[in-house]
Design a protein around this ligand. Structure first.
Ligand code: SF4
Length: 429
């Protein structure tokens, strides 16, 4: 049985007080509509109706890659020139589209009206529309709204806005109930099942996941709820849960063996699981994860990596890659730095890590070109030009679509970085 990996942060401040370069300027990111792609797969009886333009429709249709005859659970109600010119009543049109949709798709139990740049520009009040339609279609269908607009946001904020809009609908947990654990943030079903088994073996049986797989199985929440964030981009959702009395368990995020251990440990400590039992439950999976990482380390150790701000996963990824695979961090850019939620992560980063928040893409490209890192993590819009300049890139969005959390995925996560490096080596040979 291997010992639990010691977390150096307890004695070290790492990057907690390190200076951060704050930048404002042109940004290269996807908008929050992108979240629909993984959210519609997770909540299997929900439907996402984007109220937007043809551009919005193209974005999610091409990103999701769903054939039209597959009855996808998302669509776009197109705002056309007549709406923009004020010649048509957009609310009447929206009611008509929603009515037709719900008549045709009776399996829909939860409908999100998703705002976009165009709906915000014409100031279409989707919260009033959602409450009007919810009253009309209740109790069969709940209608909620959130914004996926790309104005001043990055793509993972779509999930945050979606989940935050759902929190007021969560039922109250009974006031006399024993503490229960809520895992917050979309995880692939395979990862969720692995974590469920581990929590059950630890003896934390009162366990719920948010979002749930079915809208009809919303978790209850209240002052007895302790929640663990599974994703680092859920600031508004966490705030909404805290307003319902739930308490966040501070932890690093479950990336890599170390992050997963510390994340599980935070729950184990809160629920009084003994260190010996924790060790017994997690040791086999930790050993498998550690062995998988050892196989990847030969490709990644000493390699220099540069993060452009995109997914908000950058800081946990940087911690994983530097501590468990020996990579060198050239720059770690993040769209937003939530110091409270990332406190445990920052404490684990090397103290000389160059952190930047926000983006001025030209300045950052200059820094990247000057540094010539071995690999660059960036959005799709930057990847091709950088590859053309001879740099090796990794698409940030792939890290959100791929199951990467937990022990069993630690090796796969490392391979997402070693594969492009190996491909470049083979091309150069
Ligand atoms: S919401 Fe805005 S940024 Fe996103 S696709 Fe529509 S117009 Fe473009």
């Amino acid at each position: 049985m291997s010992p639990v990996i010691p977390i150096r942060a307890a004695a070290s401040v790492g990057c907690a007080d390190a200076p951060v370069l704050k930048e404002r300027g042109q940004r290269e990111v996807f908008c929050g509509l992108t979240g629909i792609i993984w959210l519609h797969r997770k909540i299997q009886d929900a439907f996402f109706l984007v109220v937007g333009s043809r551009t919005c429709a193209h974005l999610i249709q091409s990103a999701a890659g769903v054939m039209i005859f597959a009855e996808p659970r998302f669509a776009t109600a197109i705002i056309d020139e007549r709406d923009l010119a004020g010649l048509a009543d957009a609310n009447t049109e929206l009611d008509r589209v929603v009515t037709r949709l719900l008549e045709r798709r009776p399996e829909i139990k939860l409908l999100f009206l998703v705002g976009s740049c165009p709906s915000e520009v014409i100031k279409l009040d989707l919260s009033r529309a959602a409450s009007r339609l919810s009253t009309r279609f209740s109790p069969d269908v709940r209608v909620l709204n959130y914004s996926g607009s790309g104005i001043e946001t990055t793509f993972t904020q779509g999930e945050d806005a979606c989940l935050a809009s759902l929190v007021p609908s969560l039922p109250d947990a009974p006031s006399q109930a024993a503490p229960d654990l809520l895992v917050v943030g979309t995880l692939a079903d395979v990862v969720e099942d692995q974590f469920r088994r581990l929590f059950e073996q630890l003896g934390i049986g009162s366990l719920q996941f948010f979002p749930p797989r079915q809208a009809t199985q919303l978790p209850s929440v209240g002052p007895h709820t302790r929640f663990l964030l599974a994703q680092p981009f859920l600031a508004d959702t966490a705030r909404a849960l805290e307003a319902r009395g739930a308490q966040r368990l501070a932890a690093p995020f479950p990336l890599g063996v170390e992050g997963t251990t510390a994340w599980l440990q935070a729950a184990a400590t809160a629920f009084g699981v003994s260190p010996a039992h924790f060790d017994a439950v997690t040791s086999a999976a930790r050993e498998r994860g550690t062995a998988a990482l050892a196989r990847q380390r030969q490709w990644l150790e000493g390699k220099r990596i540069f993060f452009f701000p995109d997914s908000q996963l950058e800081i946990p990824l940087a911690r994983f890659l530097s501590r468990e695979l020996g990579m060198q961090l050239v720059e770690v850019g993040t769209p937003y730095l939530h110091r409270q939620h990332l406190a445990q992560e920052l404490a684990l980063l090397p103290s000389d890590t160059f952190l930047s928040e926000g983006q001025n893409v030209d300045n950052q490209l200059d820094r990247c070109r000057a540094a010539r890192p071995d690999i660059v993590v960036c959005g799709l819009g930057l990847a091709n030009p950088l590859e053309a300049e001879g740099m090796t890139t990794k698409w940030a969005i792939e890290l959100v679509f791929t199951p990467i959390q937990g022990y069993e995925q630690a090796g796969d996560l490392a391979e997402l970085f070693s594969r492009p490096l190996n491909r470049r080596l083979r091309l150069a040979a």
